[in-house]
Design a binder for this molecule. Structure first.
Ligand code: GSH
Length: 219
């Protein structure tokens, strides 16, 4: 089967697919586009106009969570827990993590009021995730699973934000979540899921959005 992932370098949803493909040793070709100015061939195959989109032979598969489930199905080893109830519960939290990416967007783009509301919302969601997380390095214990891949883009962007500011969206009040984030960000499969220098692109993105967060940037 020929796989081609159509992506956008800064896209957190696409990053989940990249982590899953690499963690499961699946061969694929990577093609970057700008979804704000997509080429005609992309418009023809994408009903939503969004990335990531995975072309499996000639069939477009869209929505990051469908893509990661598909990658899991074609891989030898599942990235979900073997217990089907636990796996379904993980899928619920994975969908929950997509909402958290919405909070991240508001943190970057919002004025002071929207920034603070989104930060509170994000921390409240993390507190709930913390209650569901099992003890151990990762969400389900010591094995890296798909749910960890789903949270990785959030943790990577929060680490960048905290480095660019004086810990404006710190996880220190949620030590279990902070420890989980540290474990995930230390993995090669996560580090290698973005190009070198993407942190600088993210910084420029924060500056260009001119939200409240851009006023908190330090040199
Ligand atoms: N629900 C989608 C969201 C994907 C998404 O929002 N992608 C952004 C880039 S990060 C995009 O393509 N935006 C362009 C647009 O919405 O037109 C998924 O999980 O794949």
């Amino acid at each position: 089967m020929k796989l081609e992932l159509i992506s956008f370098k800064l896209c957190p949803f696409a990053q989940r697919a990249i982590i899953s493909l690499n963690a499961q040793n699946v061969d694929y070709k990577m093609t970057y586009i700008n979804p704000m100015d997509p080429p005609d061939w992309f418009k023809e195959i994408s009903p939503t106009g969004q990335v990531p989109l995975l072309k499996a032979d000639d069939t477009p598969i869209f929505e990051s969570l469908v893509i990661t489930e598909f990658i899991n199905e074609i891989s030898e080893k599942s990235l979900h827990p073997t217990n089907i109830i636990k796996a379904a519960n993980n899928r619920s939290w994975i969908i929950y993590s997509s909402d958290m990416l919405g909070d991240m967007f508001n943190i970057i783009t919002g004025n002071e009021e929207k920034f603070n509301a989104a930060k509170t919302e994000l921390m409240q969601k993390f507190a709930k995730v913390s209650m569901a997380k099992t003890q151990g390095k990762f969400f389900n214990g010591n094995e890296f699973n798909m749910i960890d891949a789903a949270f990785a883009p959030i943790f990577m962007r929060l680490a960048w934000i905290n480095e660019f500011t004086d810990n404006a969206v710190s996880l220190l009040e949620l030590p279990e979540i902070k420890a989980w984030s540290d474990e995930i960000l230390a993995l090669d499969v996560v580090k290698n899921s973005v190009d070198e220098g993407l942190d600088d692109v993210y910084l420029s993105n924060i500056e260009n959005r001119e939200g409240y967060l851009s006023t908190l940037l330090i040199d």
